[in-house]
Unconditional design. Sequence first.
Length: 152
Amino acid sequence: MNENLSNAAYFTFLLGDVTYAVEVTTVKEVLPYEKVTRVPRTADYMKGVINIRGTVVTVIDFRVLFGIDIKPVDKNTSIIVAEIQLEDGSNMTFGFIADSVNGVGSLEREPSATGTNTQFVKMLGKDGTNLVLVLDLNKIFSEVEKRLSSET
């Protein structure tokens, strides 16, 4: 039986032809895509940094991190700025690129298949007839930190 995911609101967006979601409480703002300043000698998925009202924010390209084909930037491409709370209680703000944004809404829980690689997926949801992968931003950030530590 499907049930609402804790009556929580989710922010949905597209990467390629797949719909993803994050908890709406993690989204600080959505910006139209702007030029990102590449930082030398960083991983491919570390797109670079942008300046948001005097604050430098790292931008991650989930398409590269997840192994999704890169799509050229167009008028629908956005940078979603998110903030998560780390294990030590501090907050981390970063941006990630979305091919397009859908909006905010609730999702129905979908049973997940065993054996599926769910390293970054917290749960599966459904928005009408669309299957939605709900991402765990803390796991993604932990993996990025782990990879960056092993590269140095």
